[in-house]
Design a protein around this ligand. Structure first.
Ligand code: AN0
Ligand code: CP
Length: 311
């Protein structure tokens, strides 16, 4: 594997999940693989889990890690042929090549604008790094995908399922801030590759990109969708058609103990309590959000290991 931009870059999701589970029982087994190699992590946005779990994963592979919050660096220009006489001090063409002098792998987090749909869909930031860097690129959440989170979620379901084909439901939740589609997109994509009975539920109008949803069943009636669920993944996303807008804050979509019944509760975190999910759910034994965040380390470790093994 060279880059990890999308879960489709994994040769096999199933094998990656199994490898992550075995790494977990001996996380330092491949410490020599990354010796004298450096991971640079570039953050255009805030992070708690991605930053710490990816650094931990790299260190368990023996790598050195350098983190740069781009707000501390020069403002980057991404467009070609621009007369750079305004606020941008450096072009991504130089920046990506320069970072490649210090890095063996470059990981990037860059959220969408949620204003310019076409530009966000073009994945202009992460694509610029793929195009101009001379080292492999790892997606730590881009405009349209969060494949490290999705892999951690698939690992968590594999570890905690009690039947061979569990029912998994992705359930939209209200949120006061417009959030990206990335987590939902990658979760859908990975659920489509593993052996689960998968349903999506959201208010009418909140349809995600049809190229992502494909033939996955979408049920607008949340209660009907949640029937007999084993895992309920709760996530807000802003409107995709009316791009980046909040067209519903309907609090009746919040996840409650009454709706969850006996299912396990999943969320990528960070989560707003009593807006997205009530305390009684996230504080209960049915919540597996901490297990998900623990698996971020092993998801990142599998990805970095595969890239290092590729030379
Ligand atoms: C981000 C999102 O929804 O994409 C990051 C989640 C991992 N969440 C927030 O900005 C709250
Ligand atoms: N789930 C996740 O990616 O969390 P952070 O935004 O804190 O990295």
């Amino acid at each position: 594997m060279n880059n990890y931009i999308n879960i489709k870059d994994l040769p096999s999701v199933e094998l990656a999940v199994q490898e992550a589970i075995s790494l977990k029982s001996d996380p330092n087994k491949y410490r020599s693989l990354g010796t004298h190699k450096t991971l640079v992590m570039l953050f255009f946005n805030a992070s708690l889990r991605t930053r710490l779990s990816t650094e931990k994963a790299a260190k368990q592979l023996g790598m050195d890690v350098i983190v740069l919050n781009v707000t501390d660096a020069w403002q980057l220009e991404f467009d070609s042929g621009v007369i750079m006489n305004l606020d941008k001090s450096e072009h991504v063409k130089e920046a990506a090549q320069v970072i490649s002098q210090y890095a063996d792998i470059l990981a990037v987090r860059a959220f969408p604008s949620l204003k310019d749909k076409e530009k966000d869909l073009s994945e202009w930031i992460i694509t610029s790094f793929v195009n101009y860097a001379t080292v492999p690129i790892v997606n730590m959440e881009s405009a349209t995908g969060h494949p490290l989170q999705a892999l951690a979620d698939a690992i968590t379901i594999e570890e905690l399922k009690t039947k061979s084909k569990p029912k998994v439901v992705l359930s939209w939740a209200p949120h006061p801030k417009a959030l990206p589609h990335a987590v939902a997109n990658s979760f859908i994509e990975i659920m489509q590759t593993i052996d689960v009975d998968f349903t999506i539920t959201h208010p009418e109008g909140y349809e995600l990109h049809p190229d992502i949803v494909k033939d996955t069943s979408v049920v607008y009636d949340q209660e009907a969708a949640l029937k007999d669920a084993d895992f309920v993944y709760v996530k807000n996303w802003s409107n995709y058609k009316d791009y980046g807008k909040i067209t519903s804050e309907d609090s009746s979509w919040m996840m409650t103990q009454k709706k969850l019944k006996t299912a396990k509760f999943m969320h990528c975190l960070p989560v707003r309590r009593n807006v997205v999910v009530e305390d009684a759910v996230i504080d209960s034994e049915q919540s597996i959000v901490i297990a998900q965040s623990n698996n971020r380390t092993y998801a990142a470790q599998v990805v970095l290991k595969k890239i290092l093994e590729n030379g």
